[in-house]
Design a protein around this ligand. Structure first.
Ligand code: ADP
Ligand code: MG
Length: 401
């Protein structure tokens, strides 16, 4: 099957040709015609299988130039919101649609003026709600509502924000939800946000021969040494090391630098300018090792990521699936290696049970034991000093990356 035979608007087809998409992936092939017909869709497919275009292509087809905000796309992180917006820009290149990103940590003024001309808005729930409350975003003409990685937005504690947003957009719209993982937490909004939704579920696990998973038991004290050993042995292209907390991310990245590994930290405690610089350098391969919290677990599509290391094991099995899904995307292969100390075993067992994963024990010969310095949490200017706006009017605690 080719995109040419899918009855896609000429200008959009032209953009797909330009970016080199010829054949639709399975989820695209199944979703695009149904979305074009106007159905609500709940789509699930493996990481890296092209879900963005599955909703993005019919979305840009339906949106008309100069017709106010017609599509609203929600994502759990700022990085993902930027990436989706950038993809939608590519798909709509010849239609010249105005796509506005809306997320916190940056000045609100340019967003306000951008929103006046926008036909598509992509953002994170907190700042979108902020604009709705300020009356700076006219949602009266929204016809398509997309929730990318909806399960993550709910698990993060965004459910009330999302419900408030949903109450303030037209009822007779089309709703699309896409994710590689769908947890039970989704049921509440799935049933209240959609009408007669078509469920489209293709393969949800990346094949074992493309994404190879390994684990290794290790003493907490020598975990860092093993990580350094593995980086030197595996010689990754780009790699992401996931940790469960900001503090561990900072400590691991600093210790890696002490050991001549050019690593950069990414987590939600950094300023937005810093987050953007880190992502840019990683995309360009200027830094080849990213040490991150789960802020980077969802949706990000970075070419040449060959290795994922789990320095800690995530509590949510879904986040494990999404972390490892940052590699082995779009048919490329990749490796995921989890370092297990005593505290990690409970979570790891749950992950294996949830997804029936085949995870191989990694054989490792001796490795050099290195010191691991305890650094004080970073307080430099790259750190956010202002409390985020949404915290000021709601006390509920959220998961923090
Ligand atoms: P998902 O959301 O399912 O994790 P993405 O939408 O991020 O996946 O797409 C993963 C990668 O596959 C991206 O680099 C994207 O450019 C590429 N891709 C998507 N659809 C196609 C296609 N039809 N042909 C070729 N590459 C594609
Ligand atoms: Mg995605």
């Amino acid at each position: 099957m080719k995109f040419e035979n899918m009855n896609i608007e000429k200008s959009v087809l032209g953009s797909l040709n330009d970016i080199g998409f010829e054949e639709p992936t399975r989820i695209q092939y199944e979703s695009i015609p149904i979305i074009k017909k106007g159905y609500d869709v709940i789509g699930q497919s493996e990481t890296g299988s092209g879900k963005t275009a599955a909703f993005g292509v019919p979305l840009v087809e339906k949106v008309v130039k100069g017709g106010k905000i017609q599509a609203l796309v929600l994502a759990p992180t700022r990085e993902l919101a930027r990436q989706i917006a950038s993809d939608l820009k590519k798909f709509s290149r010849f239609k010249k649609l105005h796509i506005q990103t809306v997320y916190g940590g940056v000045s609100i003024r340019p967003q306000i003026s951008g929103l006046r001309k926008a036909e598509i808005v992509v953002g994170t729930p907190g700042r979108i709600l902020d604009h709705m409350r300020r009356g700076t975003m006219n949602t009266s003409n929204v016809k398509i509502f997309v929730l990318d990685e909806a399960d993550e937005m709910i698990d993060m504690g965004f459910i009330e924000d999302i419900e408030t947003i949903e109450k303030n957009i037209p009822k007779n719209r089309q709703t699309l939800m896409f994710s590689a993982t769908m947890s039970d937490s989704l049921i509440r909004i799935r049933d209240s946000f959609t009408k007669n939704a078509k469920k489209i579920k293709t393969k949800i696990k990346v094949s074992d021969d493309i994404l190879k998973q390994y684990y290794r038991d290790v003493n907490q004290k020598t975990k860092f040494s093993l990580l350094v050993h593995l980086i030197k042995q595996e010689k990754p292209g780009l790699s992401i090391i996931f940790c469960n907390t900001r503090r561990t991310v900072d400590a691991v990245s600093r210790n890696l630098k002490d050991n001549n590994v050019n690593a950069t930290a990414l987590h939600g405690g950094l300023s937005q300018a810093r987050r953007e610089k880190v992502m840019e350098d990683f995309h360009k391969g200027i830094t080849r090792v990213l040490v991150a919290t789960d802020v980077a677990a969802r949706g990000l599509d970075i070419k040449n990521v060959t290795h994922i290391f789990n320095y800690d094991i995530p509590k949510d099995p879904e986040n494990y699936a999404n972390r490892i899904g940052r590699t082995a995307r779009a048919g490329k292969s990749g490796k995921a290696i989890s370092l297990l100390s005593r505290d990690d075993h409970g979570s790891f067992t749950r992950i294996i049970k949830t997804f029936s994963y085949d995870i191989e024990k990694m054989k490792i010969t001796n490795f050099k034991v290195l010191p691991f310095k305890k650094y004080q949490p970073n307080r430099n200017r790259n750190f956010r000093s202002r409390r985020p706006f949404r915290k000021r009017f709601r006390g509920k605690s959220r998961r923090r990356w």
